[in-house]
Design a protein around this ligand. Structure first.
Ligand code: SF4
Length: 225
């Protein structure tokens, strides 16, 4: 699928590079051909309840609340980040604040709204002082994320940031070498990109993130990378 000029400019606008040009949302032809996914509220309810009450790791001690994930439970795109920060812990929602706004703009540039995708983190509870998740915490929480992926059954996973990418792919390869290529998690294609918080600090990397989004869009649409 060719990238439209409007889409490119929409993303560049989010980067503070260009002028916003409103555009019509382009239909996802591949999505239109896919059968509708059945929703199972019972499965989701049980999973939400299990996460809300979870004490499997030490992070439950310091949380305000668990951050389960938000969005369309039958989404084609699943966005997976690292762990809740202070604001996410307060609001109970992943990717809020300036980084969340940039993620929203990145999604918008590929024709997706926050409500259309499903957004979750590797960890459902905030690590103290925003430290990196520890291996035993990620292992304890992994089953919840795997169940979310199973229930959403997305066409593409976008792993956002170093921690999410390395933990999902079980590697210590730098994110700069993981991005730009097709990975998979089970049978689900996975693309790695930079975390929007990093992009806010390192704006020269934003064009690479746009390349990652375009790659993810092509794969989600059924095109070979
Ligand atoms: S981070 Fe995950 S495993 Fe640890 S207490 Fe929270 S929900 Fe449970």
């Amino acid at each position: 699928m060719l990238e439209s000029e409007h889409q490119r400019r929409a993303y560049l606008d989010a980067l503070g590079i260009d002028v916003w040009v409103p555009r019509e949302s382009e239909p996802d032809a591949a999505a239109a051909l896919r059968p509708a996914k059945p929703s199972d509220d019972g499965d989701w309810g049980a999973l939400r309840a299990a996460v809300a009450d979870c004490t499997r790791c030490r992070l439950h001690e310091g949380r305000t609340q668990t951050v389960f994930g938000v969005g369309n439970t039958a989404a084609d795109w699943m966005i997976i980040g690292e762990a809740p920060g202070a604001e996410e812990d307060r609001r109970g929602e992943p990717f809020v604040g300036r980084a969340g706004q940039l993620l929203d703009e990145m999604l918008r540039a590929v024709g997706k709204s926050r409500d259309e995708v499903f957004i979750a983190n590797v960890l459902k509870c905030r690590p103290p002082n925003n430290r990196d998740p520890q291996a035993d915490e990620s292992a304890a929480c992994r089953e919840y994320l795997e169940r979310q992926i199973e229930l959403v059954n997305p066409s593409i996973i976008l792993a956002v940031g170093r921690i999410a990418a390395q933990q999902l792919l079980e590697t210590d390869t730098p994110v700069g070498r993981l991005r730009g290529q097709l990975h998979s998690l089970g049978s689900v294609p996975l693309i790695v990109t930079y975390h929007p918080a990093y992009l806010l600090r390192s704006p020269t990397q934003k064009r690479k993130a746009w390349e990652d989004l375009r790659l993810a869009r092509r794969i989600a649409a059924g095109d070979a990378p």
